[in-house]
Design a protein around this ligand. Structure first.
Ligand code: 5AD
Ligand code: SF4
Length: 465
């Protein structure tokens, strides 16, 4: 049966240019990895397509940060196989964090998987597919990056023609007790600044209006060489990188995610000095209780965090602030949770992502026994959501009557008469307008505040550079 399937696939590959469909789950790092994988595949002669139905090879780029995300992968593998049952069969590969963590046991869970491709094997995907096409079974690559691995992304493979993600650091050395990322993504490795700046300049020449410097902890950026940062002042390599990237003249520069312990006040100074460094900071706190922060091994106290927030709030521009919070961490009492509620109110976040704690095997917190019942986690989730809703309503309403610079990204999904984009403070802004404005930065006066977006009216049709 299996050999029939392989011989059918092989025959088809011999006669046609293989088409690859990559489906991406999870964070922006996965989106960036998909863009790189697609670039490598295209340059090796593969065609990329947009659905399982058209594909000869299906790659699932997976996320393992919470248990639910991981379960989704196995459901999806089943769906892919079902969608193709009775038709031309496909090769299926699992890449990303689940691949790196589960390794060969993916084959036990899902025997129909042909390839398991770890987070550092992106450059070797064309080779792995070649081998699978040649009939090799259950291919596994969890090896490190090669010395000559490339970060190149062709413009055609970027997720948007207007906003580009640029990974500046990968991996994580922080080992928060709940988090699987240090295991799935390995140790921190920073890219040379010269390479990052060159990529920004390239994107600018191609007409990109916004770049986002991305990494699990962007502000822990620490390249091995100073190459590209000469002449740029700053208290940390990340502050110097921000100034170097701002000096390219790229219209809008955002960065995410920042880690509180490494959040140097000079980041805010760099933002104050450079209008193209955008007015938005994502600084996850996870909990407002010192006791829980310690159990989480975050390396910061509530007060350390608040000091960073005070500096952000003292900026000459109002900087939008967002955060991630976990509720129901093992041992979290009512009193601990009240401290989280209190901190969230005090910080006045523009928005927050709330997660119910989910046990990840292999992390230290997986052995913590003092678990919070699911019902209680849900109650805390809802209480926090309600507290945030009130703050957010007030903040969003305060934008009514103000004019924001919006990068027009696409037609709104709600109405074909509306366009949708993001402000410099990273709010979704919708407004009536013609699609010819896509890719432009325009002025929009806010007329209404919705729960998670703003609605406005175009001020004039001339682009603001
Ligand atoms: N349970 C719940 N949320 C988690 N996160 C990371 N690990 C877990 C976990 N085990 C959340 C954190 C992190 C975000 C990306 O996901 O809040 O900042
Ligand atoms: Fe996970 Fe903590 Fe690293 Fe963020 S800093 S990726 S939460 S271990």
């Amino acid at each position: 049966m299996i050999s029939d399937r392989l011989s059918a696939v092989t025959t088809r590959f011999e006669t046609m240019k293989p088409r690859v469909y990559i489906e991406t789950f999870g964070c922006q790092m996965n989106v960036a990895d998909t863009e790189r994988a697609a670039t490598g595949l295209r340059s090796s002669g593969y065609d990329l397509c947009d659905s399982v139905d058209e594909a000869d090879v299906v790659l699932l780029n997976t996320c393992s940060v919470r248990e639910k995300a991981e379960r989704k992968v196995y459901t999806r593998i089943g769906e892919v196989r079902a969608a193709r049952s009775g038709k031309q069969d496909v090769l299926v590969g699992v890449m990303g964090c689940v691949a790196q963590l589960e390794g060969a046991s993916v084959f036990d869970h899902a025997p129909s998987v042909d390839m398991v491709i770890g987070t550092r094997a992106t450059d070797r995907i064309p080779l792995l597919i070649e081998r699978a096409r040649g009939g090799e079974r259950k291919l596994l690559d969890l090896d490190e990056r090669g010395e000559t691995d490339s970060w190149d992304v062709s413009p055609a493979e970027r997720h948007s023609p207007h906003v580009a993600f640029i990974p500046i650091i990968e991996g994580c050395n922080k080992f928060c007790s709940f988090c699987i990322v240090p295991y799935s993504r390995g140790r921190e490795r920073s890219r040379p600044a010269s390479e990052i700046v060159a990529e920004v300049k390239n994107l600018q020449a191609l007409g990109y209006k916004e770049i986002q410097l991305i990494g699990q902890n962007v502000n822990s950026y620490r390249p091995r060489v100073d190459d590209g940062l000469e002449g740029f002042k700053g208290a940390t390599p990340f502050c110097r990188l921000l100034r170097a990237v701002a000096a390219t003249g790229m219209p809008r520069i955002k960065f995410t995610t920042s880690f509180p312990r490494d959040f140097h006040p000079d980041i805010v100074t760099a933002i104050d000095e450079n209008p193209n460094l955008c007015d938005w900071i994502h600084l996850p706190v996870q909990s407002g209780s010192d006791r829980i922060l310690k159990l989480m091994r975050r390396g910061h106290t509530r007060n350390d965090y608040w000091q960073r927030i005070e500096r952000i709030k003292s900026s000459s521009r109002r900087l939008a602030l967002t955060s991630d919070i976990i509720v129901g961490f093992p041992g979290e009492t009512d009193e601990d949770f009240c401290q989280t509620l209190d901190l969230v109110r005090q910080c006045e976040y523009d928005s927050i992502y709330i997660f119910k704690y989910s046990k990840r095997a292999g992390t230290p917190a997986a052995n913590f026994t003092d678990t919070v019942p699911e019902k209680e986690k849900t109650a805390r989730f809802l209480a926090l959501e309600e507290a945030q809703r009130k703050t957010q309503e007030r903040i969003y309403r305060s934008y009514v009557g103000r004019t924001l610079q919006v990068l027009v990204e696409k037609q709104s999904t709600r109405s074909e008469h509306d366009l949708s984009g993001h402000s410099t403070c990273n709010k979704v802004v919708n407004f009536a307008g013609d699609r010819s404005l896509e890719g432009e930065i325009v002025n929009v006066t806010v007329t209404a505040a919705k729960t998670n977006s703003l609605y406005g009216a175009l001020v004039n049709r001339s682009a603001v550079e």
